[in-house]
Design a binder for this molecule. Sequence first.
Ligand SMILES: *Cc1c(COP(=O)(O)O)cnc(C)c1O
Length: 395
Amino acid sequence: MQNKTEAIQKAEQVLYKTYNRFPVIFDHGDGVHLYDSEGTEYLDFGAGIAVMGLGYNDPEYAEALTAQAGKLLHTSNLFYNQPAIDAGQKLLKASGMEKVFFTNSGTEAIEGALKIAKRHAFNRDGHGGHEIIAMKHSFHGRSLGALSVTGNDHYQEPFAPLLPGIRFAQFNNLNSVKELINEKTCAVLMETIQGEGGIYPATDEFIKGVRELCDKHGMLLILDEIQCGMGRSGYMFAWQKYGVKPDVMTVAKALGNGVPIGAFLAQREAAVAMRPGDHGTTYGGNPFVCAAADKVLELFEKRNITAHVTEIGSYLWEKLDQFVKDHACAVDHRGAGLMQGVEFDRPVGEIVKKALLENQLVLISAGSNVIRFVPPLVISREDVDLMLEKLENSL
Ligand SMILES: *Cc1c(COP(=O)(O)O)cnc(C)c1O
């Protein structure tokens, strides 16, 4: 292997620069630990942005991938494949939804959900031109459609004009949603727990209120569970805590535990709104990625991951609460399960950098002032204790 400095220089020559990366090259992982190219061990509280739910190098998961790699990787959606049927069944069972479409990413799951909303309204009204309500400070992805519903001017501005007919309400402010509804509105889209925007869970009142508004005005409720879903909140899907159910939901990130797979799921009218020819993907739902998702879903159930998340999540909650009490620079603490955020009175970039480079702790931020704690879901109390020690040392 090239030495690290050379490798990083080479990377900067080769890779399109849309990221400012940290000067670390990870080489392998095990459980909740990552190891860099020089063999240094890191404690990981980022999980590759909430992806590695089962942690690194899980033997049962790796075995399933190897077996499928030696059997069949891809056939296209012109044919059926068994792993997609198996993974689909498990996902429907876990969510209570009726139909699933597999995508290659979270962004594409959002694209599909938006198309369902438009198609559903078109079927009903016989014409297009419908509007969608999304939330300020949301994040749904970087493609032009997903960017259009991402409530962040900074991300949107250079790429305007985006999709017309998108209106932004204030998350957790029911009146702000009400005020935007008109006869053209066909759907409301939101994250159940806002992730990139700073770890804001929907309030009970808000999500129930939005569900009622959707029922009353014939709008679809689309919940983005790409980050907060797959056990991270202590529930398989974060909306299950509230006793509401979406018409359409999106999943990705932890669904594949590292292989690129997402999905959109739908129920009732939304489950039959799109018809043959309306949507497609070459890779989406291929046997390889579906074998991965199928194994992830099997292991989640077998190991009762949600119960573990609830237990360790409340331990992390106590510890971070204490942390906020002990430090004047920490001003708020929010989240659920193993998706928690601590807000500081200043940008957290320096803390995150110091944690990584001086204390071998992988942390990620959410927005500029929030540190987001989204570790692999298999962490232990000892890992939480060690993380806090490293965090203290990074201040
Ligand atoms: C990460 C994320 C996305 C986009 O998913 P990609 O797999 O990066 O395309 C969409 N919505 C939410 C809530 C996310 O956290």
